[in-house]
Design a protein around this ligand. Structure first.
Ligand SMILES: [Zn+2]
Length: 522
């Protein structure tokens, strides 16, 4: 009798949800989340440890390891379950800067703004000497310098003047811009082909890249003492890159400093004007090759519903950064927000139906490696679309990696069915500026690893702020660029999305499973 009655109740309950497939948001819980997230936030404290305390978190570096260990400890303190580091696969060598000094000494003293390119070697102790201006428009132009550059400090005339923008660095979305995003149409399958190979600008870029590669090899062979490279950026901001590979068998390169545009062009102008420039420099970098594995931070709030606890709601962001700053907006911001969302949910005593898992990826900057490796180990291979059973158990993945700006809405990643669901979930956050749902895709970060194997993966729409103009991969990506109110808002909304995903009767609707890409032609 009891059994039958239960069955009838269950049956009518499921009919009810199917017939009125409308999202229900528990306002009382949202209120609790808002109270904790907006009025008792610890997001800036977390960000402080990830940036000022840990320093740069370049993949494989001690800074990253330090921050990962700190996060593991903090997540345990907050009472999370299954906290630890999980290896995603082989990365390569770690690297860090131990000393970085460079200055012009003739015609007068001036310390320059310059940062070693990642994975480049040390100078041979302190070095001093004339700066040699290399004039090479083609690879054969390099021949004239054979045997003449050993131990020298070299610079090339890039003929790249600084272009300063008249627009302000920092911006927020206007209502019109958000409206445009909301009205976007689904992208045509296959996307826009660009036929770039015949584009003259593309050909010129390829030629320049070949010349730069040849120069890099030439400078290594000639045992150049130090190479100055012109960094992208203006106003003392310089955007960093890597000057060599992190692979174990990476080709040797010369020591190389990414130099601020202003300092670089001053040296070039002096040399072109026939005025000798002397410099002194001492650049010491260190490689780490004991453990070549890459790791992700993992933590959970276990599900409590008998039927649903094996299902997962995953949130994450990448934890690694570049080395010129402390990776505050890219992506201590997203990492701190995700940790804070977990803390909020734990603090309000939430017992989720589905299990909530947070992952903080490494080596995103080198190619989404941390999330791709994790997805491959747990969910499936996007190359073959061979899926693992756990793939069917992930309801959704939410990512944050577009800087410090608050959440204005969410990209649907082409998943139309989810639009009305997210709209309902954003309803209680209209007063905080988050209401836009766009069908558009956004790329360049870790939700793509999930999307690639058919798991609904999303990245939020964030205010641009000065992410693209000033902080993204630059020496200005530091704690002071973080906007406290924006990060509090983001953590509150993420926590609420996680709450809704873990409690709704059904898993999130999925798009059609992607087809495996065609095998490359031999
Ligand atoms: Zn990033």
């Amino acid at each position: 009798m009891k059994k039958n009655l239960l069955l009838t109740t269950l049956l009518s309950a499921s009919v009810f949800t199917a017939a009125f497939a409308q999202e229900v948001v528990d306002q009382a819980v949202v209120q609790k989340i808002r109270e904790e997230g907006l009025n008792h936030s610890q997001v800036m404290k977390t960000a402080f440890y990830l940036t000022d305390v840990a320093g740069p978190r370049l993949s494989g570096s001690p800074g990253l390891k330090h921050a990962q260990d700190w996060a593991v400890g903090q997540l345990k303190t907050w009472g999370m379950a299954n906290v630890g580091l999980e290896a995603w696969g082989k990365f390569g060598k770690g690297w860090e800067v131990e000393k970085n000094y460079a200055a012009i000494t003739v015609p007068y003293y001036h310390a320059i703004i310059a940062i070693p390119k990642a994975w480049t070697p040390s100078t041979a102790g302190p070095i001093k000497g004339d700066v040699v201006l290399i004039k090479a428009d083609t690879i054969t132009d390099l021949d004239q310098y054979k045997g003449k550059l050993k131990g020298k400090i070299v610079i090339t005339d890039t003929k790249t003047a600084l272009v300063r923008s008249t627009k302000p660095d920092l911006s927020r979305y206007s209502d019109e811009e958000l409206q445009k995003m909301a009205e976007a149409q689904p992208a045509a399958p296959g996307g826009g082909a660009r036929g770039g190979a015949n584009n003259p600008a593309f050909a010129a870029m390829r030629k320049l890249r070949a010349l730069r590669t040849a120069m890099s090899e030439f400078f290594a062979q000639e045992q150049v003492g130090l190479v100055l490279a012109q960094a992208r950026g203006t106003d003392g901001t310089l955007f960093t890159t890597n000057g060599a590979s992190y692979a174990e068998d990476a080709k040797p390169v010369a020591p190389e400093l990414e130099t601020s545009g202003e300092d670089y062009l001053r040296i070039v102008r002096l040399l072109n004007g026939g005025i000798a420039v002397q410099m002194e420099a001492d650049v010491q970098t260190k490689f780490f090759d004991k453990d070549l594995q890459g790791y992700d931070v993992v933590a959970e709030i276990p599900g409590t519903d008998k039927k649903l606890k094996d299902q997962l709601v995953i949130i994450g962001g990448h934890f690694d950064s570049w080395h010129g700053g402390t990776g505050a907006t890219d992506n201590a911001a997203g990492s701190a927000v995700m940790m804070e969302a977990m803390r909020i949910l734990k603090t309000i005593g939430f017992k989720p139906k589905r299990t909530i898992r947070m992952l903080l990826w490494s080596s995103e900057e080198q190619g989404l490696f941390g999330s791709r490796g994790y997805v491959l180990n747990h969910f499936g291979d996007p190359k073959t679309m061979q899926l693992k059973p756990e793939q069917a158990k992930v309801s959704a993945y939410y990512n944050l990696d577009n800087g410090t700006g608050k959440i204005r809405g969410v990209y649907l990643q082409g998943n139309q069915e989810i639009g009305p669901i997210f709209k309902t979930w954003l309803e209680p956050f209209k007063d905080l500026g988050a209401s836009t749902v766009t069908i558009s895709n956004t790329g360049g970060t870790d939700h793509q690893s999930f999307d690639a194997v058919g798991i609904p993966g999303f990245q939020f729409i964030q205010e641009p702020m000065d992410y693209n103009t000033r902080t993204h991969h630059s020496n200005q990506d530091v704690y002071d660029r973080l906007v406290e109110d924006d990060l509090k808002q983001a953590a509150t909304i993420v926590a609420s999305f996680v709450y809704n995903t873990s409690q709704r009767p059904d898993m999130m609707p999925r798009k059609e499973l992607p087809k495996p890409p065609p095998a490359p032609a031999n």
